[in-house]
Design a protein around this ligand. Structure first.
Ligand code: MLT
Length: 275
């Protein structure tokens, strides 16, 4: 469904019953990345997956694409859906957004799911790499940038086992306009460090990471899980940076187990048949 917010219209999938779970996709993908685990997670939750502004079927305005801009969109979406408190999750760039929302409005979070992401800001070298990429995109070399960038979203095992996955992700990325690519790269480069936010988030948290992730590797996930007061860590074997598409079954299992244990459904009331 399309949800019109002030200034931007977002495409949002909203299905299932139970604790509301809002999952944010990473760069340069869309909510499509959750499709392989959608049906499973909807067994335990009301799953809400927006296409962030600029991506998928959402509006792609010539606006800022900072992490705070996305966080503001997500907060307004939650208000529109009347979600007082919700579990917020994000993959990679979606995780940067989730942590900015948590920094400003931690009281709205009932739980947190961080997928192949990091709380720290870009390193000085990382900022330089972003600037070079932005320059390439401005010169009209977005396709070449994506050809190099997208394969890193998958682990080596996935490249060997399922080479078509790289093509599918590259096709998804092809729909992202240049101004959105450049805007997000600038937004990620300029994002503040969110490390201090973690210790303040006293809610159930799941930190999930593909064992072969080279963008946000398992040691980063270990550090975040240690800093969060109530976190558990799930390592997904034979997956890289995008476990929901690389290993959907163990990824869905980890999320389902977390949701069922942290937000148990009310017991079924079975009434005896009147005699
Ligand atoms: C992502 O997967 O969202 C991006 O790779 C994150 C990043 O480039 O820092």
């Amino acid at each position: 469904m399309q949800v019109e917010l002030e200034g931007v219209t977002l495409e949002v999938e909203d299905h299932g019953e139970g604790v509301p779970v809002v999952l944010l996709h990473g760069f340069p993908l869309s909510s499509e990345m959750w499709t392989p685990i959608r049906t499973a997670v909807e067994q335990a939750a009301r799953l809400i997956t927006p296409d962030l502004r600029g991506f998928g079927a959402s509006e792609k305005p010539h606006s800022a694409y900072g992490m705070e801009t996305f966080a503001d969109d997500v907060l307004r979406l939650a208000d529109r859906l009347e979600l007082e408190r919700f579990v917020l999750g994000g993959h990679s760039m979606g995780g940067y957004v989730a942590l900015r929302l948590a920094a400003a409005h931690g009281e709205r979070l009932a739980g947190l799911i961080l997928v192949d992401t990091r709380a720290s800001a870009d390193t000085p070298d990382g900022k330089v790499r972003r600037a070079i990429a932005i320059e390439r995109i401005r010169r009209g070399e977005a396709a070449a940038f994506l050809d190099e960038f997208v394969p890193n979203l998958l682990g080596q095992s996935s490249h060997t086992r399922a080479p078509k996955l790289a093509t599918a992700l590259r096709d998804l990325a092809a729909g992202v306009p240049d101004h959105v690519l450049a805007g997000c790269l600038a937004g990620m480069r300029d994002r503040p460090d969110s490390t201090e936010v973690l210790a303040k988030l006293n809610v159930p948290a799941l930190v999930l990471v593909g064992q072969e992730d080279t963008i946000a590797p398992p040691e980063v996930a270990h550090t975040m899980a240690a800093a969060l007061p109530r976190a558990r860590l799930a390592l997904i074997p034979l997956a890289g940076h995008t476990p929901s598409v690389e290993r959907p079954i163990p990824t869905a299992e980890a999320i389902l187990t977390f949701l069922r244990e942290s937000f148990p459904p009310p017991p079924l009331s079975i009434k005896p048949r009147p005699a």
